[in-house]
Design a binder for this molecule. Structure first.
Ligand code: PXP
Length: 236
């Protein structure tokens, strides 16, 4: 299981004081030096954390893999086509939300997503759709020619009993297996941390996890290098 790290929280901290520090771009490079396999940023329509400048610099400096999380709006799709990230992960986006709250409704947006993915593919950008572990949405992701899916792990992360956690783990395992059979790569993310990763890492079908909050929060206490190394240790 590879590890991509989402550095949006560092941009939130920077923006809180309207200054240039801490710089999410510098932190992203430190994550790479510590062994991360990729960097994830979400360029939101309201630019509440990551800004255009960050994405431009990251594109120049990231040597592993740059995953641009994005809504499928014309403005952001056009920016993606100029920046050319290694992967564009399409997510639903609502202004009021604290963070992305759930997967895309692929079934109700087939023709829109087909068009957007075709446009991104024209620019040689691979595409992932952030979705729930649901067979119908996975079939729809394949129909719109998505290269990857990213399974929303929020239900697993927020499970209140071991039984609920186990059930959701099996759900995710079956979903990942199904996506693989259809020829798509499988990523996963949302709410994964140093505790719930211990059981999650057993799902062999998952190629990569995308983690932000837990690693950045741990870094406040132990430094980013150690926070990344600890998570890589768990994944291995
Ligand atoms: N993947 C997606 C699509 C997300 O929107 C987020 C949250 O920004 C993450 C992964 C990372 O979630 P967390 O910050 O809870 O690790």
């Amino acid at each position: 299981m590879r590890l991509s790290i989402n550095v949006d929280h560092v941009a939130t901290l920077r923006n809180a004081r309207g200054e240039m520090i801490p710089d999410p771009v510098s932190l992203a490079l430190m994550c790479e030096q510590a062994g991360a396999d990729g960097i994830v940023v979400h360029l939101r329509e309201d630019r509440r954390h990551i800004r255009d400048r960050d994405v431009i610099l990251l594109r120049e400096l990231v040597t592993t893999k740059l995953d641009l999380e994005m809504a499928s709006t014309p403005e952001i799709v056009s920016i993606a086509c100029q920046i050319i990230p290694d992967l564009a992960t399409i997510v639903p986006e609502r202004r009021e939300e604290l963070t992305t709250e759930g997967g895309m409704n692929v079934l109700d947006n087939i023709s829109h997503l087909k068009d957007v993915i075709q446009e991104l593919h024209k620019h040689r950008i691979e595409v992932s759709l952030f979705i729930e572990p649901d067979i119908e949405h996975i079939n729809a992701a394949s129909e719109v020619q998505s290269d990857f899916i990213e399974i929303h792990t929020g239900v697993y992360a927020n499970a209140v009993s071991e039984e609920e956690q186990f059930d959701e783990l099996e759900n995710i395992r079956m979903a990942a297996r199904h996506a693989k059979k259809l020829g798509m790569g499988v990523n996963a993310g949302h709410g994964l941390n140093y505790h719930n990763m211990k059981t999650f890492r057993a799902i062999e079908e998952i190629d990569e996890v995308s983690i932000g909050h837990a690693i950045i929060a741990r870094a406040v206490f132990v430094g980013i290098h150690q926070a990344v190394r600890e998570m890589i240790g768990l994944l291995q």
